[in-house]
Design a protein around this ligand. Structure first.
Ligand code: PLP
Length: 237
């Protein structure tokens, strides 16, 4: 595969776009971040003409694939009516009603602009509801780039992360205040016994557990790449 045009765009982008990409997690693609220009159904095409099956689907919202006719028509009709309101509108209610109807665990909906922002909302909700200060997260899981949660995702070196069964919480980048570490508990992935012990000892101060459904990344090479969480087992829900 050729990535010449993507490489050129990456070089150009670094003069105006921080890090050369729209989000830092996108800068890790090899051999260069790949820049896309077109999508059609399940396929996407990069600026060098390479074709891919799009398993990412913009992290979820493109569940119907790229440019499905009814969605494109609905978006065009809405754009003719108004481009954006900084105020309530009926379409938000219609979408919330539809989500509550089709997703069994949804009672109420709050829309957010990004995953990072949604994670802030759920942390505040959990702390406000329980009156407890801490969030429990797992090493290697990514929940957005904000100060209080971009912790122990992919620390730079093994020497920074402590033992597998007692990892140290590690800030993700320079500029995050150390004080956020007081309100986070980090555990290794896929060890239910440690989760149970931690909840017994510290449950009185843990407002919520946040987890992905599979283990994503870590410096610890011994782990299999995609282990399913015992926490996501239907028998425990
Ligand atoms: C599980 C999870 N939470 C949060 C985020 C952050 O989302 P965003 O990039 O929209 O801020 C991501 C992004 O990859 C994610 O995978």
């Amino acid at each position: 595969m050729m990535f010449e045009r993507s490489q050129e765009l990456f070089e150009r982008a670094q003069n105006s776009l921080a890090g050369g990409v729209g989000a830092q997690v996108r800068s890790f693609s090899l051999p260069t971040p790949i820049y896309f220009e077109r999508g059609d159904g399940s396929k996407i095409y990069d600026v060098d003409g390479n074709e891919y099956i799009d398993y990412l689907l913009a992290y979820g919202p493109l569940i119907l694939g790229h440019c499905p006719g009814p969605v494109v028509e609905a978006v065009r009709a809405q754009i003719d009516a108004a481009t954006l309101f900084g105020a309530p509108h009926e379409t938000a209610i219609q979408l919330a009603e539809k989500l509550v109807e089709i997703v069994p665990c949804y009672d109420l909906v709050r829309f957010n602009n990004s995953g990072s922002e949604a994670v802030q909302a759920i942390q505040r909700l959990a702390r406000g509801f329980t009156g407890k200060p801490k969030i429990l997260k797992f090493e290697g899981h990514y929940h957005g780039w904000y100060d209080n949660i971009y912790i122990s995702h992919l620390p730079e070196a093994l020497s920074m992360i402590g033992l597998e069964n007692a990892p140290w919480p590690v800030l993700g980048t320079a500029g995050q205040p150390e004080s956020v570490l007081q309100d986070i508990v980090v555990l290794g992935w896929n060890d239910l016994e440690i989760v149970e012990k931690t909840l017994k000892a510290h449950g009185h101060e843990i407002a919520a557990i946040i987890t992905g459904t599979i283990w994503r990344s870590s410096r610890r090479r011994s782990k299999p790449m995609a282990t399913r969480s015992p926490l996501s087992s239907p028998s425990r829900s």
